[in-house]
Design a protein around this ligand. Structure first.
Ligand SMILES: Nc1nc2c(ncn2[C@@H]2O[C@H](COP(=O)(O)OP(=O)(O)O)[C@@H](O)[C@H]2O)c(=O)[nH]1
Ligand SMILES: [Mg+2]
Length: 278
């Protein structure tokens, strides 16, 4: 953010990075240009914004020309507790990792650009279903490539991007291609315990429900960190809030097992919750 830029400019710049469509990016850029400081030392910034406005206008024209069919063909519906995108350069092991993490069986070969279309699989993390999408290899000026726009919109909707590359030059190429994006990135390193790292980066908790005098139900329910009894009651059944009397909790969020709590009680990972209704 340039020196003495206004709050307005800052807001527009945030909107630009967080935008999930190229239309939204163009609108935010126009707002950045309108609200940017207009003095000698901001000439460089204004020029840069203008260049980006031209780039996104060109991409929008390209998208319009692209047969709707193709864009639709590659649009992905988010499923499960979260969506992970495996993103990287060619032959960085994305398909191999997708096969390792999920139930899918993508084509793996030493030939570059083996994966031509998004490959989708489901990862089971301790009972929680997580969608994993392999995005075809990223190349320079990716959005200008044949399906670049459609593939880029998959990267933008992902809750986490697992970044894969073979060397520093490829890593730089990837960060250059994503300079306009604000992505939740996890850089893949071979020996990592990836499923646990993914879970940590998603900032989710898994909570079990339980009926009185019975074992806890399986599978658990995924909720964002900071979720309360109200959130899980709503997730189990929308009427449970109205009928709610109290809940009992076992786990890290309470000092003693089976403690009685109310709707505002904040849950922890692995908690077990027993809802009591009127
Ligand atoms: N030695 C080694 N080879 C790998 C590894 N992961 C993938 N490969 C090989 O690298 C080539 C490209 O793998 P692939 O998963 O198709 O990469 P993608 O193009 O990024 O999807 C294939 O020949 C794989 O067998 C790995 O961890 N170690
Ligand atoms: Mg592949």
């Amino acid at each position: 953010m340039p020196i003495n830029a206004s709050m307005e400019y800052g807001r527009a710049e945030r909107k630009f990075h967080e935008a999930s469509t190229i239309q939204e990016k163009l609108e935010a850029l126009k707002e950045m240009y309108r609200t940017a400081p207009k003095h000698k030392s901001s000439e460089g910034l204004l020029k840069e914004i203008k260049t980006k406005i031209a780039k996104y206008k060109e991409l929008i024209e390209k998208e319009k020309k692209q047969k709707k069919g193709r864009k639709a063909k590659y649009s992905v519906k988010k499923e499960g507790a979260a969506t992970i995108a495996l993103v990287g350069t060619t032959n960085s092991g994305k398909s191999t990792l997708l096969k390792k993490l999920t139930n899918s069986n993508p084509l793996i070969s030493e030939y570059p650009f083996t994966t031509q279309a998004p490959e989708i699989g489901t990862m089971d993390y301790k009972g929680i279903k997580i969608q994993v999408i392999e995005v075809p290899a990223i190349t320079k000026d990716f959005e200008k490539t044949r399906n670049g726009l459609a593939f880029m919109s998959i990267v933008r909707i992902a809750d986490l991007v697992v970044l894969m590359y073979n060397n520093e030059a490829e890593k730089r190429l990837l960060y250059n291609e994503f300079e306009d994006e604000r992505l939740n990135i996890l850089e893949y390193k071979k020996q990592q315990n990836l499923p646990d790292l993914i879970w940590e980066k998603l900032k989710l908790i898994k909570v079990y429900t339980k009926q009185p005098q019975k074992e806890k139900d399986y599978p658990p329910i995924a909720l964002p960190k900071g979720s309360t009894i109200k959130d899980i009651a709503e997730k189990v059944h929308k009427d449970f809030i109205k009928k709610f009397k109290f809940a009992r909790v076992w786990g890290n969020s309470v000092r003693f097992a089976g403690a009685q709590v109310g709707l505002t009680h904040v849950l922890s990972d692995e908690d077990v919750v027993e809802l009591h209704l009127k």
